[in-house]
Each structure stands twice: as C-alpha cells, then as structure tokens.
Design a binder for this molecule. Structure first.
Ligand code: IPM
Ligand code: MG
Length: 360
C-alpha cells in the first residue's frame, strides 16, 4: 500500500481546531482511496515557545525534512508581540520556509459560486475570477541582509534590505511560467521598477525567462497599480508573479475578493523536498477556542497537499467536492454566512464534511 509520512503543525490560535477537522477527513479519504497516511504532530510558533523557548525546535525542523509533506495550520499569538524578532512565533514559520528552501508559494484564488454574495465586491466584477498568486518565499526583504537596529545619541534607526539575485528571480519565474502554461497562458509580473533597483533586475530576469515561453503573454505592473487592478477588474489576471513582500500583501487582497480569507489554501514548495501546505489566513486569536473558526481553507490545503505533494489526485478531488457540497447545502461559519445560510461552528462544519465524504 502507498504510505505517506505527514507532519501536522497545528501552531497557535485556531490552528488546533481547524487541523483536527482536516486530519479526520484525511484519515477517511485515505481509507477510501487505498493509501496510508502516517501522522506525526510537532510544535511550532507560540506553542513551541511555551514548550521549548524556541519557535522552531530542531526536532520539528528535522521531522519535517524527513517527511513526505507538511500540513501547517496557523501561527501567531499576541502574548509574544513584545518579544525580540528571533523569539516571536512568526520567526518559526520563516525559519521553516528557509530551512526547507520553500521558495515557491502558490496561492490560488477562485470564486466559489455559493459564496459570491459574501464578497464585498459586486458579483459582475468577481464571478469569473480564477487566478494564482506565485510569491517568492525565501528571499527579498524578509530575509535580506544587512538588517537591524542602531541607536546613536540622537536617534534610533531600523533597516531591512530588499535584495534578489537574478538566479532567485529566474527560479521563481520558471515556476510561474510553468503554471501559466497549464492555464490561460497569461502572466503578470508585479514589481516597483520605477523606483527600486531590485525591481529593475526582477523585470529583466522575468523577461529573460519569458524567452523560453513564447506562447505566454507577459505584462509587468507596478505594485501600486496591481493592487488597484485587483479590485477594479480581478478577472484580467491568470498568474501573478511577485516577490516576497508584495506577494504577502497582494495575496491577502486577492483572498478577500472571494469574500473570506478563511477559504484560501496555499502550497509552499521547494525544488525536490517536501512541500508545506497551509491556509492563507492567520491564527485569529480573537476567536481561538470558541469553535467559530472556518476550517475550509485548512481542508482545501489538505486537498492541495494530496494533489501536489502526494500525487493522490482522486482523494484531493474528493475533499474539494465535499467542501463544495457542504457550502452548496448552505452550511457556513460566521465569516462567510449570509442571510440564507445555516450558520455552524468549526466542529459542526467538520461533521457535515465527514457526512458528505462518507456518502461518496
Ligand atoms: C503569510 C503570513 C506570514 C508572512 C507571516 C505569518 C510571517 O502573513 O504567510 O502570508 O508574512 O509570510
Ligand atoms: Mg500574509
């Protein structure tokens, strides 16, 4: 029997609640499609700081390295906001991305017809949206050096460096071009080349890679314009390629087109190691433990893990289907509820998903 080793990283806030929904569905779907999933759970973020003082314990990183895929829920806890950067929960995730060389972050944004009314944008603007944000994840200003803080007698100054090499840009550009090749053959690269040197190199490097993909129509947008176009006419986009910081911002913006950031999954991939699959949303500490979280982005991340990470395509499609049918029946958590919907909590949503999956 095919066996896959999965590391579960519940993390902080709503993480444990949503990952347990995904785990139950994965267990059922693996039996249905004749493969075995071996789960091992590890700590990261605030929960790891509580247990070990370190947001990414060595044991967590090592277990992830040896796995076939990693399912990650959420990170961040306001209790640690006052700690220095290297001790904060978010540093755990950044170190994991760096440690596993997860340079390619893929964030698909697709409209779910039954949720169209929960978007703040008009139906006619969003109904055809089907785009993917490809975000570079292990470089740029998130990791650039020098960085730090200096105090003089007169003032205190803090600084980070936005830096990319042509190799880093070409590597992520190839991922975006390949994706685009399987889709609508349109790629939009986002930068700030009218101001930043690093963006000029970004643009030149993307153009260089584009020579290998003559069938793909490439355009370049400045990030401010891209942010505006995403609200004005989001269906013009197929694949959006961008750097770490711009991708962070634009992917939250793109997520809200669908109505709730609680719906969007993502994949972070390396050249040949295990991938990490996580919802785009954060740890939502305000609703943690209240059984209010929306587990659907987590479930869709598990589906992405099955499809991209483990090549269990049929099982992935089954999970996507149960999400659609539960929403189609009107069940929704408070973040996506409309007047007509049947509002449920995280656990009840999990139960409905299980019911649908068992019926397949
Ligand atoms: C994301 C998050 C992270 C990021 C945080 C939690 C470090 O916002 O995955 O988009 O900035 O990359
Ligand atoms: Mg973000």
């Amino acid at each position: 029997m095919r066996t896959h080793q999965i590391v579960l990283l519940p993390g902080d806030g709503i993480g444990p609640e949503i990952i347990s929904v995904a785990k139950e569905l994965l267990e059922i779907v693996s039996v249905k499609f004749n493969f075995e999933l071996k789960f091992v759970e590890k700590k990261i973020g605030g929960s790891a700081i509580d247990a070990t003082g370190n947001p990414l314990p060595e044991d967590t990183l090592q277990t992830c390295r040896e796995s076939d895929a990693i399912l990650f829920a959420a990170i961040g806890d306001p209790r640690f906001d006052i700690l220095p950067r290297e001790k904060r929960p978010e540093t755990g995730l950044l170190s994991l991305r760096e440690g596993l060389k997860l340079f390619a972050n893929i964030r698909p944004v697709k409209i779910i017809p039954s949720l169209i009314e929960s978007s703040t944008l008009k139906r006619e603007v969003i109904e055809k949206v089907d785009l993917i944000v490809v975000r570079e994840l292990t470089g740029g200003i998130y990791f650039g050096k020098p960085k730090g803080r200096v105090k003089t007698e007169i003032e205190e100054r803090a600084f980070n460096t936005m830096t990319y090499s042509n190799k880093e840009i070409e590597q992520i550009a190839r991922v975006a071009f390949e994706l685009s090749n399987k889709r609508r053959n349109k790629l939009c690269s986002v930068d700030k080349a009218n101001v930043l040197d690093v963006s000029q190199l970004w643009r030149e490097s993307v153009d260089k890679v584009s020579k290998d993909y003559p069938n793909i129509e490439v355009n370049h947008l400045y990030v401010d314009n891209a942010a505006m176009q995403l609200i004005k006419d989001p269906s013009q986009f197929d694949v959006i390629l961008t750097g770490n910081l711009f991708g962070d911002i634009l992917s939250d913006e793109a997520a809200m087109i669908t109505g709730s950031i609680g719906m969007l999954p993502s994949a972070s991939l390396s050249k040949n190691g295990p991938g990490l699959f996580e919802p785009v949303h954060g740890s939502a500490p305000d609703i943690a433990g209240l059984d209010k979280a929306n587990p659907l982005a987590m479930v869709l991340s598990a589906a992405m893990m099955l499809k991209i990470g483990l090549k269990e395509v049929k099982a992935a499609e089954a999970l996507e289907k149960v999400v659609d049918s539960v929403l189609g029946k009107g069940f929704s958590t408070s973040d996506i509820a409309s007047k007509e919907s049947i509002e449920v909590g995280c656990k009840a949503m999990g139960k409905e998903l299980v019911k649908e999956l068992n019926a397949i």
